[in-house]
Design a protein around this ligand. Structure first.
Ligand SMILES: NC(=O)c1ccc[n+]([C@@H]2O[C@H](COP(=O)([O-])OP(=O)(O)OC[C@H]3O[C@@H](n4cnc5c(N)ncnc54)[C@H](OP(=O)(O)O)[C@@H]3O)[C@@H](O)[C@H]2O)c1
Length: 263
């Protein structure tokens, strides 16, 4: 990663902070962005080195996205990798969910990564090299009850990644989709943690997940599903969804009361 010019969204988040730390330690040139300016400054200060640029931005706002890309081009002199890691993860009963939150979920998790990719692609195609990295989720391959909007947003992100990868196959630009299973970060509400305990959901630590993400980026993986047995369930769900319907019925019932509590 030494010398690579990288935009990272969600850089002040649980996983993003660790991705930033690992890339910085390898000597990457970073343009870190997140919605929370103070948190972003804290991340930069903790990295304690030159070559790290920060831009506070709401990635659902067109002017903000343009600002991120323009500043990366100006400060770093180009863009080699875009990592779309910002996201939100609302948990609850879909029929009761705030319609605005459903819209926001798709805007942040799907539309903004697509539009950021659209914004960086012309310069990547011109230099005939680059990598677009989209952080998805196991729930982007296994539709998960009480995470309907989130699952939909990550399914769409996976579909976008696959189609764009095929579209760019004859160019020097690669597309990598990486899907972690549950991770212990602030994206998950108290209700999610209680539900996860009730259904014995596996949860990874963000530093370990960030290490796997950076490894997968370096290898240039097309699609990478983190965690076992989740990576196996992804394959089973793709071929035998009816089998998974039956297997998760009991778990869904247990999770329901936590989803009701979440609202
Ligand atoms: N943690 C998990 O269980 C898990 C599992 C699978 C996949 N993932 C995926 O991994 C990625 C990183 O998640 P994480 O666990 O690190 O979550 P996180 O700690 O909440 O980090 C996400 C970051 O994105 C920022 N963000 C939210 N909306 C934004 C917007 N409109 N514009 C710019 N930044 C925005 C958040 O800022 P604020 O906090 O200030 O809103 C936060 O700093 C996400 O794409 C998530 O879907 C997470």
């Amino acid at each position: 990663m030494k010398g690579k010019r990288i935009i990272l969204t969600g850089a002040a988040g649980g996983i993003g902070t660790h991705i930033a730390r690992l890339l910085s330690a390898e000597g990457a040139r970073l343009c870190l962005t997140d919605i929370n300016e103070q948190a972003l400054q804290d991340v930069r200060q903790a990295l304690g080195r030159d070559g790290v640029h920060t831009v506070a931005a709401n990635i659902t706002v067109a002017d903000d996205r343009q600002k991120v890309v323009d500043e990366a081009l100006r400060e770093l002199g180009g863009i080699d990798i875009l990592i779309n890691a910002a996201g939100i993860n609302p948990f609850g009963v879909f029929a009761k969910q705030d319609p605005g939150l459903i819209q926001k979920t798709v805007e942040i998790n799907t539309l903004a990564p697509m539009l950021l990719a659209r914004a960086v692609l012309p310069s990547m195609l011109e230099q005939d090299s680059g990598q677009i990295v989209n952080i998805g989720s196991t729930f982007g391959s296994i539709g998960f009850a009480w995470f309907s909007a989130y699952s939909a947003s990550k399914y769409a992100l996976r579909g976008f990644s696959q189609a764009l990868r095929r579209e760019l196959a004859e160019t020097g630009v690669a597309v990598t989709y990486i899907a972690p299973r549950a991770v212990r970060t602030a994206i998950n509400s108290q209700e999610v943690y209680e539900m996860a305990e009730a259904v014995k959901m596996n949860m990874d630590e963000p530093d370990a997940v960030a290490e796997q993400i950076v490894k997968s980026i370096r290898k240039g993986d097309k699609e990478c599903h983190l965690g076992f047995p989740e990576s196996l369930f992804v394959r089973i769900n793709a071929i035998f969804p009816g089998l998974v319907d039956r297997a998760v019925r009991k778990q869904n019932r247990k999770a329901h009361k936590h989803a009701e509590k979440a609202g």
